[in-house]
Write a protein that binds this ligand. Structure first.
Ligand code: NAI
Ligand code: BGC
Length: 258
């Protein structure tokens, strides 16, 4: 199951899982939007299986329905990629409570609600030895901004800081059930969420100053990391965050200084 799969990183992740043979439950706000319909077509084109379920991850009823639909269609859920997330940026003194709350609701409460439903299902089903060594896997999409402070985006940075400790605390609590929980902290990935940062040559040049590896990330860079974290190849990896950022977290401002 991949939330926020109608575009960007979620879409690439859903495609990567379907290409690897998984039956994919793709969630986004609307099941019949162009992104979701395009995803279903692309998965069908290579003979994969996908189900689109509309729903807002910050709403408990929608999340319950999402899991009920998934279980009804495919019998159970083995992997949750907690990906849906938004930005609503503003200078701190101008940020409204609505902007603060919306970002916390989707980015943090949404991950709590989906992870809770997934853990309930994994605990009920237990380890399926024919499928995996773990009872289930949860991958929480965080951001380099779980660690890098971000002026003008305090709601977003706070939500991702929260995701980091949600993820590690869940990992600690759910390990005895053989439920693996990890996070991914992407740097700048070319998607609609940050179009402003790469949409012009000038903005891209500015952005690249922050990325030692010298290129912007693509959604597939993150999708491959999610696939690995969900596979038995990473069976002993638990409670960690995989940073996928071309070196953005390496304090590039210190090159030649400090
Ligand atoms: P995006 O804006 O391209 O895609 C996000 C998707 O989530 C959209 O399809 C949107 O409709 C959906 N969504 C929004 N609110 C939702 C809700 N309440 N319920 C269900 N779906 C909802 O963004 P992108 O870049 O693909 O972001 C995906 C995740 O990756 C987010 O959690 C974001 O914070 C994170 N991320 C993105 C980075 C980037 O540079 N693009 C870097 C670090 C983290
Ligand atoms: C944000 C993007 C930003 C990236 C690197 C992500 O979490 O959603 O807008 O480009 O971090 O700063």
């Amino acid at each position: 199951m991949v939330t926020g799969a109608g575009g960007g990183i979620g879409r690439a992740t859903a495609l990567a899982f379907a290409a690897a043979g998984a039956a994919v439950v793709a969630n986004d706000l609307k099941a019949d939007g162009p992104g979701m319909q395009g995803l279903l077509r692309d998965v069908a084109a290579f003979g994969g299986r996908a189900l689109a379920v509309g729903g807002d991850v910050s709403r408990e009823d929608d999340v319950r329905n999402l899991f009920a639909r998934a279980v009804a269609a495919f019998g159970t859920v083995h992997v949750l990629v907690n990906n849906a997330g938004i930005q609503s940026d503003a200078p701190f003194v101008e940020m409204t409570v609505a902007q603060w709350q919306h970002v916390i609701d989707v980015n943090l409460t949404g991950q709590f609600l989906c992870a809770r439903e997934a853990a309930r299902e994994f605990r009920r089903r237990k380890v399926p030895p024919e499928i995996s060594r773990a009872a289930g896997k949860i991958v929480c999409m965080s951001s380099v901004h779980q660690a890098i402070p971000w002026a003008g985006h305090v709601n977003y940075a706070a939500s991702k800081g929260g995701v980091s400790l949600l993820m590690t605390s869940l990992a600690q609590e759910l390990a005895p059930d053989r439920i693996r929980v990890n996070g991914i902290a992407p740097g700048a990935i070319r998607t609609p969420i940050n179009h402003e940062a790469w949409g012009t040559t000038q903005s891209l040049d500015e952005l690249l100053k922050l990325i030692p590896y010298g290129r912007i990330g693509e959604p597939e860079d993150v999708a491959r990391a999610a696939l690995w974290l969900a596979s038995d190849e990473s069976d002993y990896v638990h409670g960690t965050t995989l940073v996928v950022d071309g070196g953005m977290m390496l304090y590039p401002g210190f090159r030649g200084n400090g």
